[in-house]
Design a protein around this ligand. Sequence first.
Ligand code: GDP
Length: 243
Amino acid sequence: MNISSAIFESSAPDLESCPDESLPEFAFIGRSNVGKSSLLNMLSGQRKLARVSPTPGFTKLINFFIMNNRWRLVDLPGYGFAQVARKDSARFNEAVTHYLQHRPNLCCVLALIDSSLPPQKIDLEFVEWMARNTVPFVLVFTKIDTSTPAKAAKNIKAFNDRISVWFEIPPETFSTSATTRHGRQELLDLIGKSLKVTGQEIPEESSSPTGEDLPDSVETPAPAREVKNRKPKSKRPNPARPW
Ligand code: GDP
């Protein structure tokens, strides 16, 4: 699969404000500075995808992008020390918690982890929380170009070792670099495979097969309103869960 169109749809401060449930969603989340914006821009082929909305507080909102007119890329607010609250239920931002627990059309969370760092407590806690809440997810180790292969491999192994107690089958793991575009095709293939499972048509591979930048204002063949009128799915699609 490749990306032929990427359109900002809306920002939501809570689950109730999210757009309809008609399209399969792939949500990206990670600690601030993990490289999420860079990865989203690299994946989509748009330099400014992750910063396209002028809405104040954009980075604290759930941001929805319609990709190829067929699925949504969901940019979840980054978690960090400021968002660690006393109550466990509010630890990662209430809107995110509700979205991850209750969004029926969420196919997969791509949990971003910085490959240049040893396992971080907050990332481990987040993965444990997803395990307890049976959220479908994969791990995406970012910035793979910033360390030697041996150091990155050591950090990735250490992280996977720490989380292994929570899973019978370890989560699927990817490594990426926004600088070299390493891992781009693998992530797009993951999304393509999940779309097949949900019965979504794979669109024509019409443009940007090498992941070159799309123009900043890319047109879609159909307006977003038409997408919103599609019949909502009644329950969460059932992609292979990584555990
Ligand atoms: P965000 O806060 O998670 O959205 O992180 P950003 O995408 O803004 O990235 C944070 C910093 O890391 C920026 O200075 C980026 O240029 C840098 N960065 C992000 N991804 C990569 C990568 O894959 N390789 C390298 N070398 N730097 C990266």
